[in-house]
Design a protein around this ligand. Structure first.
Ligand code: FEO
Ligand code: CA
Ligand code: CA
Ligand code: CA
Length: 600
């Protein structure tokens, strides 16, 4: 039988061989197509892409750079809306002769600002297949660009707090734009959660910020001494608010989960302060048994934390009024994990403990509710704006860069990609982060008590320790290592309808000498751990997305930063157009005989 919906799902597609090709490669019996590229028209009045004559005005109407999170909603059988995050810009591959932000033309800086943010575009299905094309004709009502200049509401308990007030926004309730949106999630009520990650890199002037603001700025990676301008994109040359010596609170207004309604092109995106401020990788929702909303979130930094939010109110199907306020009240928690094997069994080698498993128990430590802080010395707003400092104070578990977290729609178990942490010393190894100098990363599995997402206790294990299977420090849930592929630096997660876990990577070129990829692995039954490669991405790219459509006919991936590490004079990638400049793009992949993705 095929990979049915039984207890032992199996992925039967023919694994793609590891490679360093400047191409997207998919399994036998599958095909792929570039759906939308940097510069393609988004709004109906967008001009054609003209690499040699770029303008900010054009870029504001065109698809942005470096595609990361991808979400897709079908509207009937033939149409759909695609949401894509534009995490950041790679100016050396965008502008011939570019050196740095200090020397850049102001127009180049404005183009880069317009190439950040997000895009919503309409797609049409090609024939009756899993292939989709960008709609480039007609009115395209939903199509929208969100950039560094789009007005957004600051909502939730920290809105209006003194920490969020600036000269331009004395009430602390409205901020322009979002920065470095990495991964995200879709809510059951139809909105997109898009997550601000490495926002620290956009600010200068930290050396001139008030002394009492510097410790928190530093904890978030914002430079507060030395030459804060070198190597910076210098958005402050266009817009002074990015200079912290003049506007020290502006950095406090980035680093949030942003909720966008893709079906209302005139809606104002909302930064949800109740979900805390950190380097948000993603945000994925699972409903608790009583229909309260639970959001799982990773803070992608070495030795940072895993969080979850539990709403106060219950979701009501179809009630827009209830659902649009769900993320503004509730409780924010941070995870503490305790292993069940003796601590001395963890020397950083990655060797399994005597009980045969990296596993243990955990608690969700409450940091604050919308009304009350649970951390001594912090107000509610301080917990929500300086979340990392609050989590430090309660002794949360320092993880190996928590990226995407997502619950299986079949079992409810929650998975977290821990991408890597080469700074962990042998002394710092523990059962949840068992490998020192963790170049390859691992996967954490969390089972909430009573399988209720709102629980405050959980069990956990590490089903996969990544790397080349020849490496004794790797582990694939006990599966035969001769029958698995190498994987490194897990980043984004999704599930197919059978509950198999799909994992895309960001870092295989530097650790396995092969291009980044989308892998897939059963996490239940006797094939648990049998990991295969579904797709590989071009030279220099990480594999973002992935998104599997509800009908199981299409996988979308987003090869981000193709050609990274090269230059326009010495291109490492000419994907997808064969020109000397690469274009970050979204790709659809489908089975040529119309079978569900994952089948042979
Ligand atoms: Fe933008 Fe954590 O990857
Ligand atoms: Ca154990
Ligand atoms: Ca990521
Ligand atoms: Ca990453």
């Amino acid at each position: 039988k095929g990979h049915g919906r039984g207890r032992s799902p199996r992925l039967r597609f023919h694994s793609v061989d590891a490679n360093t090709d400047d191409a997207v490669t998919v399994p036998k019996h599958y095909d792929h197509r570039v759906v939308v590229r940097w510069g393609d028209p988004v709004t109906p009045d967008a001009p054609d892409f003209d690499f040699e004559n770029q303008t900010a005005e054009a870029q504001e109407k065109q698809f942005g750079y470096n595609c990361d999170y991808v979400a897709f909603t079908e509207m009937g059988n033939r149409r759909g809306l695609l949401w894509v995050n534009h995490e950041y810009t790679n100016e050396t591959l965008m502008f011939p002769g570019y050196t740095d932000g200090n020397e850049a033309d102001l127009e180049q800086i404005k183009i880069a600002m317009a190439a950040h943010g997000g895009s919503i575009v309409e797609l049409r299905r090609i024939w009756n297949s899993g292939a989709w094309r960008l709609v480039t004709w007609g009115w395209r009502y939903f199509n929208r660009r969100i950039t560094v200049n789009t007005p957004m509401e600051l909502s939730g308990p920290a809105a209006g707090d003194a920490l969020l007030r600036t000269e331009a926004d004395p009430d602390g309730v409205e901020v322009r734009g979002m920065l470095n949106n990495c991964a995200g999630g879709m809510t059951p009520w139809g909105t997109i959660l898009t997550c601000e990650e490495n926002f620290h890199q956009y600010f200068v002037g930290g050396e001139g910020a008030p002394e009492d603001a510097k410790p928190a700025l530093s904890r978030y990676g914002v430079p507060t001494s030395g030459d804060t301008r070198s190597g910076n994109r210098r958005f402050d040359r266009v817009d002074e608010r990015f200079d912290l010596s003049k506007h020290p609170n502006e950095a406090n207004r980035f680093g949030y989960v942003v909720e966008v309604d893709p079906f209302n092109p005139h809606s104002k995106p909302r930064k949800r302060t109740m979900l805390g401020r950190f380097k948000h990788e993603g945000a994925n929702v699972r409903l608790a048994k009583d229909r309260r909303v639970v959001v799982y979130m990773g803070d992608d930094e070495r030795f940072d934390y895993i969080y979850k939010f539990v709403s106060d109110k219950k979701m009501r199907w179809g009630s827009r009024r209830t659902n649009e306020g769900l993320l503004d009240s509730g409780t924010l928690y941070v995870a503490k994990l305790t292993g069940n094997s003796p601590a001395e069994e963890f020397d950083g080698s990655g060797a399994l403990p005597a009980d045969g498993e990296f596993d243990g128990s955990g608690v969700w430590i409450p940091l604050c509710s919308d009304k009350e802080s649970f951390v001594d010395g912090f107000t509610v707003a301080e917990v929500l704006v300086h979340t990392r400092l609050a989590a430090d104070a309660v002794g949360a578990t320092k993880m190996d860069r928590p990226e995407d977290m997502e619950a299986s729609p079949v079992t409810g178990k929650v998975y977290c990609a821990l991408t890597n942490n080469t700074a962990r010393s042998p002394e710092q190894a523990d059962e949840a982060n068992p490998r020192a100098n963790n170049k390859f990363g691992h996967i954490l599995e969390i089972v909430e008590e009573g399988n209720d997402a709102a629980a405050t206790d959980f069990g956990w294990s590490v089903p996969i320790v990544c790397g080349n299977p020849d490496d004794p420090s790797t582990y694939f849930a006990g599966y035969d290592k001769d029958k698995v592929v190498a994987i490194s630096c897990p980043d984004n997660l999704t599930f197919d309808g059978d509950g198999n876990l799909w994992i895309s990577t960001d870092g295989q070129p530097g650790t396995l000498d092969s291009n980044d990829a989308l892998h897939a692995v059963p996490v239940e039954g006797k094939h648990r751990g049998e990991i295969k490669t579904f797709a590989t991405v071009p030279q220099g790219a990480e594999c973002c997305g992935p998104f599997i459509t509800e009908d199981q006919k299409t996988v979308f991936i987003a090869p981000q930063h193709p050609g990274d590490g090269g230059s326009l004079d010495n291109p490492q990638s000419t994907w997808p157009d064969g020109k000397y400049y690469p274009r970050p793009s979204v790709v659809s992949i489908w089975h040529t005989r119309g079978r569900d993705v994952g089948h042979a």
